[in-house]
Ligand binder design. Structure first.
Ligand code: UTP
Length: 293
């Protein structure tokens, strides 16, 4: 049975939905409660048993690469500022996984970003976790990537996570057309990138977690730019579902699009409510606020 030990985290996008922040700081380095977005994503991969993590960083995104480097200056500063907890989280990641950084020289699309990871992935299967999406499983549950890895290791078929969205949100996502095979599990029959709600009957959206058989790399190598002049992962997944097959599964976890203004705020509030130091004060503040709005 194939084991999934490698992952790609694409984080080289331009982040146009968050432009004010990205002018100075890459959106993946924005803080949710007490850690940058990218740390939550890397932690999810490590908890799912991933050993080699390929960060795809782009122009102006040095801060992401630097964050995981051993840096005397950063560690000294974190220690002096009393941020030992954050330091512990970063050190734990460094002990448990290799973080490898690869530069995507031009933001030519998610498909292209994934292809940039080929020198490290080689011929192995791999997970993909979008660098601006956070998922948070309930205590004691396995996370979304771990759920996908388990399904892939049992079936040897590439598997992606899907979630139901409302009509108004269909055009924000890649949408999978599916046939249900068992509760929560589907065979993907087609995919369409950011369709109008009238262009598909499906409301199953892709929230940014995938596990692929290595065939996707062969397909991506031959892919041509399409929508917005970018190499779209969706096009290659569509070919995959017509050839090798592609499965989809729902997941049990909260999920936040932290690369979006509303999603960023929601992540801060909800993860803040889970933080023992903040929970009570934040809850009181929110309850008071509700009476005023
Ligand atoms: P998005 O669709 O969110 O694009 O990419 P974006 O450019 O980051 O953000 P907006 O929509 O313009 O605000 C999904 C993921 O794929 C990565 C992004 O960093 C994000 O994690 N990506 C996208 C790349 O790494 N390279 C690309 O060329 C495009």
């Amino acid at each position: 049975m194939p084991k999934v030990k490698k992952a790609i985290i694409p984080a080289a996008g331009l982040g146009t939905r968050f432009l004010p922040a990205t002018k100075t700081v890459p959106k993946e380095m924005l803080t949710i409660v007490d850690a940058p977005i990218i740390l939550y994503v890397v932690e999810e991969a490590v908890k799912a048993g991933i050993e080699d993590i390929v960060l795809i960083a782009g122009r102006g995104k040095h801060a992401i690469e630097d964050f995981f480097d051993t840096s005397y200056e950063l560690e000294d500063k974190l220690a002096k500022d009393g941020k030992a907890k954050l330091l512990d989280r970063v050190s734990k990641i460094r002990d448990q996984a290799n973080i490898i950084s690869i530069r995507q020289k031009q933001a030519m699309g998610l498909g292209h970003a994934i292809l940039c990871g080929l020198p490290i992935i080689g011929k192995e299967p791999f997970a993909v976790l979008l660098g601006d999406e956070i998922t948070m499983e309930a205590n004691g549950e396995s996370n979304v990537t771990a759920q996908l890895v388990k399904s892939f290791e049992e079936t040897s078929v590439s598997t992606i996570s899907v979630m139901k969205v409302e009509d108004k949100d269909v055009s924000k996502y890649g949408i999978a057309e599916v046939e249900q095979t068992s509760p929560g599990f589907f065979k993907v029959t087609s995919l369409i990138e950011k369709p109008k709600p009238s262009e598909t009957l499906s409301r199953w959206a892709l929230p940014g977690r995938y596990v692929f058989d290595n065939t996707i790399m062969d397909i991506l190598q031959k892919a041509k730019p399409t929508l917005n002049g970018e190499i779209q992962l969706t096009d290659s997944m569509k070919l995959l579902c017509q050839t090798q097959g592609l499965n989809a599964m729902t997941f049990t976890a909260d999920r936040y699009d932290a690369g979006d203004k509303l999603g960023y705020l929601q992540a801060n509030i909800e993860l803040g409510l889970k933080n023992p130091e903040l929970r009570d004060d934040l809850k009181n503040y929110l309850l008071g606020l509700v009476t005023r709005i």
